[in-house]
Design a binder for this molecule. Structure first.
Ligand code: GDP
Ligand code: MG
Length: 279
């Protein structure tokens, strides 16, 4: 079954119409040499039931590239990707071993040629219809980094209470210690200006912690981060790969690590300031 068809608000024609709106929008930023404006990166780990139709429905033209990073899936994901690859141009990168969600994004980001980069999940929880609302603030210079938010958009399923509480706690810690208020901070549907790409090589966490780590790195560098409304849909096939207890521990270690880095930066800055004023 096609995960995009039959879902509320996501009829096939509506998707095509939204893809067309995206083509029309990015065309105004086209330059003479037809360079890639948008790179869409999808991390894949055992998504044989959804990956074909997701790739089939993604926007693609000469200004858009699709990069699929398979993280050593053990099911038929590769076969499904190869099947759609015969009909639609895309770049497939295969990891020889499982590096984790973050590891796959790092690989994809290093390959991306676009001015703006989108990352989205390959399990059907994100819709291509929302790509436009994520990239617009970046093309228009309003933000460097946008993160999709179900709290500003629509949540098509009941969120487990523990996930909501965890996300709220991370939101508060990030806001208190780093500044930006990001409610849907674990969302993998995001867009980044290409100038943010070097941050991927500075990351230390290769699992889902990368969602938080990117926010912290970007806020330390004073990049403009903005949450944008998106819809989040039920996972209809397979199950979540998130191991909550391990992830929680990693996220708290990550926040602590970056807070120490921040203190360090402030301390050295003021030391330099003292040195200058003394000298
Ligand atoms: N590369 C890579 N991607 C993964 C891994 N685990 C999950 N993913 C992908 O990350 C996305 C989100 O994963 P999911 O388990 O649905 O997380 P949830 O939506 O937060 O419950 C999906 O596209 C998965 O295929 C992994 O070990 N490696
Ligand atoms: Mg998911």
């Amino acid at each position: 079954m096609d995960p995009f068809v039959g879902l509320e608000g996501r009829g096939k024609f509506e998707l095509e119409d939204n893809n067309q709106k995206l083509y029309n929008y990015i065309k105004q930023f086209e330059v003479i040499d037809n360079k890639i404006l948008l790179s869409i990166i999808l991390p894949v780990f055992n998504e044989e039931a959804t990956i074909y139709s997701i790739l089939k429905n993604l926007p693609k033209n000469e200004l858009i590239e699709i990069i699929v990073v398979d993280d050593h899936s053990t099911d038929n994901s590769i076969r499904e990707i190869e099947r759609i690859k015969k009909k639609k141009e895309l770049t497939l990168i295969k990891h020889k071993n499982n590096r984790g969600y973050g590891g796959a994004l790092i690989t994809g980001a290093n390959m991306a040629k676009g001015e703006v980069i989108i990352t989205m999940d390959s399990d059907g929880q994100h819709s291509p219809s929302d790509i436009l609302s994520l990239v617009k603030p970046i093309f228009e210079g309003e933000a460097d980094f946008t993160i999709g938010s179900r709290y500003l958009g629509t949540n098509y399923y009941n969120l487990p209470l523990i996930t909501r509480l965890g996300e709220a706690l991370i939101e508060k810690l990030v806001q208190i210690f780093f500044g930006p208020k990001i409610m849907n901070n674990q969302n993998g549907f995001r867009a980044l200006n290409k100038k943010i790409i070097p941050l991927f090589s500075k990351t230390r966490f290769q699992d889902f912690t990368l969602c938080t780590e990117l926010i912290l790195l970007a806020s330390l560098k004073l990049y403009k981060i903005k949450e944008c409304p998106v819809g989040i849909y039920y996972r209809q096939f397979g199950s979540s790969k998130v191991k909550l207890s391990k992830l929680t521990l990693n996220i708290f270690s990550c926040i602590l690590l970056y807070y120490m880095k921040k203190i360090n930066m402030i301390f050295f800055k003021s030391k330099k300031g003292d040195f200058r004023s003394n000298g």
